[in-house]
Design a protein around this ligand. Structure first.
Ligand SMILES: Nc1nc2c(ncn2[C@@H]2O[C@H](COP(=O)(O)OP(=O)(O)O)[C@@H](O)[C@H]2O)c(=O)[nH]1
Ligand SMILES: [Mg+2]
Length: 240
């Protein structure tokens, strides 16, 4: 599994992504049936309530209030869409999916959320990547891991941000990352997920891992933007 951005913050100033900085609110959807149909490549952010999802989105985009960080988790069940790229020609969307369960996850909540996500992953053609956020002190829970099951058929790459890494020392951080990596590898194999999975430590307060996360998100969007080259006569497989 790729090991991205696992080092702590260097002395050099953090390079934020101008593309992500261009993010602006597009629309809120309250349900699956009124999601925007722009055809633009889409990157979704998921995670348990309080994992630090809103804070991570704001930090990656260098904006204070783009996604609302809340002291009362679990309130918003809306899906917020943000556009990035030139105003007149956006190049992609960031999607803030509803958080799931706080503290003790109610079984019904969990089921409802899993159904929603399964549906979203199955239906969302333009989805080019999923970013899963999990508190580095708590690690991945079974509901986090259940994502892989739904992602397996969609073949969408997954990137995990272990958030609030500033709360752990270096050794604890490395241990948390390795434990999560092992869990992901095991689970991916169990459910037959073959799309790439990567993981890194992330801290909004110390700005750990900003560049690695930004670069991956940009590369996901760029891959989809470039139309596939039509095969030329030269490139054709002579054996075909
Ligand atoms: N120490 C620390 N706290 C964080 C970090 N990111 C988020 N938090 C805090 O964690 C809580 C939940 O964050 P929020 O972004 O609202 O989580 P969400 O429910 O996943 O959107 C807030 O009190 C944040 O200030 C971080 O990188 N470091
Ligand atoms: Mg939030």
């Amino acid at each position: 599994m790729a090991n991205i951005g696992n080092s702590s913050r260097s002395a050099a100033p953090v390079r934020f992504s101008p593309l992500l900085h261009s993010a602006r609110f597009l629309v809120t959807s309250s349900a699956m049936d009124n999601l925007p149909t722009t055809g633009l490549p889409e990157i979704a952010f998921v995670g348990r309530s309080n994992a630090g999802k809103s804070t991570a989105i704001n930090t990656l985009c260098q904006q204070r209030q783009l996604a609302f960080a809340s002291k009362t988790p679990g309130r918003t069940q809306h899906i917020n869409f943000f556009a990035v790229g030139p105003k007149d020609q956006p190049s992609g969307l960031l999607v803030d999916l509803p958080g799931y369960g706080y503290a003790a996850v109610a079984k019904t909540d969990k089921k409802r959320w899993q159904l929603f996500l399964a549906h979203y992953l199955a239906e969302r053609g333009p989805l080019v990547g999923l970013v899963l956020l999990a508190d580095s002190r708590l690690g991945l829970t079974d509901i986090d891991l259940s994502l892989l099951e739904f992602m397996a058929p969609a073949s969408v790459p997954l990137h995990v941000l272990l958030t609030k890494a500033d709360k752990l020392n270096r050794q604890e951080g490395q241990r948390a990352a390795q434990a999560a990596r092992d869990q992901l590898a095991q689970h991916a194999q169990a459910v037959g997920m073959t799309a790439p999975i990567s993981l890194q430590l992330f801290s909004a307060t110390k700005l750990t891992g900003i560049e690695a996360a930004s670069q991956l998100i940009e590369s996901w969007l760029a891959e989809r933007r470039e139309p596939p080259q039509p095969p030329t006569a030269d490139a054709a497989d002579p054996g075909a």
